[in-house]
Ligand binder design. Structure first.
Ligand SMILES: Cc1cc2nc3c(=O)[nH]c(=O)nc-3n(C[C@H](O)[C@H](O)[C@H](O)COP(=O)(O)OP(=O)(O)OC[C@H]3O[C@@H](n4cnc5c(N)ncnc54)[C@H](O)[C@@H]3O)c2cc1C
Length: 454
């Protein structure tokens, strides 16, 4: 037993209180931080009731919280292990950040094909939620680019899994909420990057028919596409479809930096962040895109818009906010959107949605992956008394249309709504029971959603 190992069994472990990015779910728990790969197994055997892996804690709700158990922080496992320039296959430890990979890949003319909107996130966290970008209909999710994973099971056994070997574990772990084992290493296929200058085109829409028509048209040519919606206006939703192409041009160096993110003192302006200021922002944002429908932007600002404001959650102050993201199947998406947006519009004075965006998705490959072939809608609500009950009503609409809510953004969905939305739940539970019969892995989310966690 080395020094690292001894302290896990003898000394009381440090306790930490932390929250998800939305700020409205907090938990106090033990904290285990292996400093290197060898420390993973002793950490797993620490004298704690249960363990939840944690990356950089950027999931919004309670996926990376474990009240009365322990968090196992994977961020120190951040070595680059191998890279083959011929095949463009990269092998890294799971605590490596998306930002670190981009720093390495972009100068070589390569990129991650799929990355979330903030780069200060671990690849383990990306795999555990099979995260998506604005190109899901074209490139799929993060998991589509994962070739293999090395997973430490509850027994301490290290298992390699791919699409063809230990494939059950592979598909249960991609999007598996950290409940099948600790992803220790990941092998990722990198993609060739045409250039670092991105060309955006904005197209205003008025009403949902226009939105879906313009989105479908845009996705024929564009590499990435997102629509921004104003639903505080009390009328039919209007907004902008922004379609983008990564050009083969290089962005001037001074504009493309891969430096660390700077936290801004946003807490100071939180009191002025309200429905009125958001309404004004929405009007200005729409006007800017109508006046300047074409624009070039550097790759980082495009792929990772939140890197400029990594702590923007502070704007919502202490109560926090819920990012409610749901996905509707293609057929009937419009009806689902109509019903959901009408419900949101009716309640806009009590529960205003400050930010809303739409993305086009295809089916995700993990058993619990969020995306289905269709459209996803994202809405940001400041937390207020009664909000969760209102969101339960939205869940009903989503489930009734065959849709689902994204768990990476969730901290309040009920177990019964979850079961209705995720038809592969029972199959996933069977894999979990096989790989973790003693329920060593757990989390607040796992308990809330009744995923066989103690
Ligand atoms: C500003 C912002 C923008 C975002 N944009 C997007 C977006 O565009 N698309 C999108 O899909 N998501 C997006 N997200 C969500 C984010 O990508 C996911 O929540 C991601 O999981 C966060 O990674 P993390 O390292 O912080 O993981 P954490 O939040 O720490 O953990 C997330 C889950 O992964 C599990 N986990 C972490 N590491 C491991 C491991 N090594 N082994 C096993 N399980 C592990 C945890 O147990 C937990 O269940 C965004 C988040 C923020 C804050």
């Amino acid at each position: 037993m080395d020094k690292n190992e001894r302290h896990l069994h003898q000394a009381p472990l440090p306790r930490v209180t932390c929250s998800g990015f939305g700020g409205y779910r907090r938990a106090e728990q033990d904290f285990i931080r292996p400093e290197r790969f060898d420390g993973l197994k002793p950490a797993l055997n620490a004298n704690v009731a249960t363990i939840a892996p944690r990356g950089l804690g950027r999931s919004y709700g309670d996926a990376a919280l474990n009240e009365n158990g322990a968090l196992l922080f994977v961020g120190r496992l951040d070595r680059f292990l191998a890279f083959d320039p011929e095949t463009r296959v990269l092998r890294v430890e799971a605590g490596v950040r998306v930002l670190d990979i981009m720093r390495m890949a972009v100068p070589m003319g390569l990129t991650l094909a799929v990355a979330p909107g903030l780069s200060d996130i671990t690849v383990g966290g990306c795999a555990a939620f099979d995260v998506h970008s604005k190109n899901h209909w074209r490139c799929g999710g993060f998991g589509d680019w994962v070739l293999s994973m090395r997973v430490m099971l509850a027994s301490g056994e290290m298992v390699d899994c791919t699409r063809t070997s230990n494939s059950e574990l592979f598909y249960a772990t991609l999007g598996g909420l950290g409940l099948t084992g600790i992803i220790a290493e990941i092998e990722i296929q990198l993609e060739i990057l045409a250039g670092t200058l991105v060309r955006n085109k904005s197209d205003a829409f008025d009403g949902l028919d226009d939105l879906f028509r313009k989105f479908e048209d845009a996705t024929v040519e564009a590499g990435h596409c997102v629509a921004w919606l104003d639903i505080l206006n009390g009328r039919d939703p209007n907004g902008i479809v922004i379609s983008s192409v990564v050009t083969n041009e290089a962005c001037p160096d001074r504009k493309l930096s891969w430096g660390e993110m700077e936290r801004k003192p946003l807490g100071l302006i939180a009191p002025f962040f309200n429905k009125l200021s958001n309404r004004a922002f929405n009007l200005m944002y729409a006007a800017k895109h109508r006046v300047f429908p074409h624009g070039d932007i550097d790759l980082r600002s495009f792929l990772f818009p939140w890197d400029a404001l990594p702590n923007w959650n502070r704007l919502y102050g202490k109560p926090g906010f819920v990012e409610y993201q749901c996905c509707f199947p293609l057929e009937g998406a419009k009806r689902g959107f109509e019903e959901l947006i009408s419900a949101v519009a009716r309640q806009r004075s009590n529960f205003p949605a400050y930010f809303a965006a739409v993305k086009r998705m295809r089916a995700g490959i993990g058993m619990l992956s969020f995306p289905i072939e269709g459209y996803s809608l994202l809405l940001d609500f400041p937390v207020r008394v009664g909000l969760f009950e209102f969101l339960d009503e939205l869940d009903e609409i989503v489930a009734a249309h065959g849709g689902r809510v994204y768990l990476a953004k969730d901290g309040r969905l009920s177990a019964s709504a979850f079961s209705r939305m995720y038809p592969n739940r029972d199959d996933w539970m069977k894999v979990r029971a096989k790989v973790d019969p003693g329920q060593r892995f757990s989390s607040n989310m796992g308990r809330r959603l009744n995923l066989g966690c103690r």
